[in-house]
Design a protein around this ligand. Structure first.
Ligand SMILES: N=CN[C@@H](CCC(=O)O)C(=O)O
Ligand SMILES: [Zn+2]
Length: 416
């Protein structure tokens, strides 16, 4: 094997290596070799090639870094009072978005930038190596553009969520026109994705369709907040428009589940992989809003692709902890640890079309052609590793709430 002189790292002392690669599976007493920013070798420790530097992890589990495909990190303000009221029995309502919007508009650029940076650091410290984040707390042309610009300085995938809430005092139809026109034009250069909150109290299916169609025409990939607060048309719309993901999915009919399970079928090339609409479940949000848990077990059993994400935001899910989300998926949603880890790594990568299959299928919006795939530990993938202070991944659920992230590599650099 030809390794770059000075650039290769050999990592040993791995009791369990969860590759999330169908062929490699989970290995024991394993090693990984990184060259520069990518993984170049994975296998039994005894057969590992020599490298310039060696790290012995001393008997720990290694997983792909978490791919958190749904966050709202660009915000200021506090909604702990709203949370406390909810714990006392108040239902969640979309109107709280307006409270965060007022605080976010009032924040200086430098403050907002520092807040996003600190949330990204917090996520990294919890094993997250790839993040999506959204606008949606600006809701004017200038404030949405500012949010997208700040987000783009910190994460690789930025989503335009101008259609998060109709700002108080504005007519919904006029606002949708603004989102589809000047707001989209101002934000699109900074964003890869567009999203819409398709829900009673936010945007109707017809308004959502208009927004998503305009955004697709501007070259953005599509995502939908759907079926969070009640049954609705979000899932059907997402599948119909070929969205990469529909997120929340708390209230699904059998028809919604079937639509997700067969989404992407019939794509050119005859493979669904990289064309599906992923069902992204948000376990921390479900707990924090006392919502019925999204039916992740049923979705997987039906053949749908599932992602797990944090949905970090001040209203419904104020955590960046993917460890917590994965533990909850195992403890409460009935997923095995392998299923939960896959959903929080490869599932997230597929939901952002940054996995190997989507890159090969050409379905990633605004792809540059030089992006390495993420979500698995296998040669050719970006060297994004999450080392647990535990011998096996099951400890994430077995020891819930414990600080189990021991080390993190992103693109070959050890960050922790
Ligand atoms: N549901 C819509 N948007 C966010 C919550 C926004 C808020 O309440 O601030 C979510 O994904 O849960
Ligand atoms: Zn969200």
């Amino acid at each position: 094997m030809n390794l770059t002189p000075g650039g290769a790292q050999l990592i040993t002392g791995i009791t369990e290596l969860v590759t999330v690669d169908e062929e490699l599976g989970t290995l024991h007493d394993a090693a990984v070799v990184i060259d520069g920013d990518r993984i170049v070798w994975v296998g039994a420790a005894g057969g590992a090639p020599a490298a310039d530097t060696a790290v012995d992890l001393g008997g720990r589990a290694v997983l792909p870094g978490w791919v958190d495909s749904h966050t709202h990190l660009v915000f200021d303000g506090d909604r702990s009072g709203e949370f406390a009221a909810r714990m006392a029995g108040e239902p969640y309502a979309a109107g709280g978005i307006g409270v965060t919007t007022a605080a976010t508009r009032a924040a200086a650029d430098t403050r907002l930038d520092a807040l996003v940076a600190s949330r990204v650091r917090e996520a990294t410290a919890g094993g997250t190596t790839y993040l999506e984040t959204k606008t949606g707390y600006g809701l004017t042309v200038a404030d949405e553009q500012r949010s997208a610009r700040i987000a783009a300085a910190h994460v690789e995938d930025v989503t335009f969520l101008g259609a998060h809430l109709v700002p108080a005092g504005l007519d919904a139809e006029d606002y949708v026109e603004e989102v589809c026109g000047p707001m989209l034009a101002a934000v699109a250069p900074h964003a890869r994705w567009a999203d819409v909150f398709c829900e009673e109290g936010a945007f109707t299916a017809e308004q959502s369709r208009r927004v998503l169609t305009a955004c697709a025409q501007a070259g953005l990939g599509l995502r939908v907040h759907g079926n969070q607060l009640g049954p609705g048309e979000g899932v059907a719309l997402a599948v119909e428009l070929g969205a990469a993901s529909v997120d929340h999915c708390n209230h699904l009919t059998d028809h919604d589940i079937d639509a997700l399970a067969s989404s992407g079928a019939g794509s050119a090339g005859g493979t669904r992989a990289g064309h599906e609409t992923v069902a992204t479940v948000l376990p921390a949000c479900d707990l924090s809003t006392r919502a019925p848990l999204a039916p992740a077990r049923q979705l997987l059993d039906a053949g749908a692709r599932v992602a797990i994400a944090s949905n970090c935001n001040p209203g419904t899910s104020y955590t960046t902890s993917m460890n917590f989300c994965v533990a909850t998926a195992v403890l409460q949603m009935g997923l095995s640890i392998e299923e939960a880890v896959t959903a929080a790594t490869l599932g997230g990568a597929r939901a952002l079309r940054r996995d190997q299959e989507s890159l090969a299928a050409g379905t990633r919006p605004k792809a540059t052609g030089d992006e390495l795939p993420v979500g698995r530990i296998t040669p050719g993938h970006r060297a994004d590793l999450h080392v647990l202070d535990a011998p096996a991944a099951i400890y994430l659920a077995y020891r819930p709430g414990m600080p189990l992230t021991h080390a993190v590599w992103r693109a070959g650099h050890r960050l922790l």
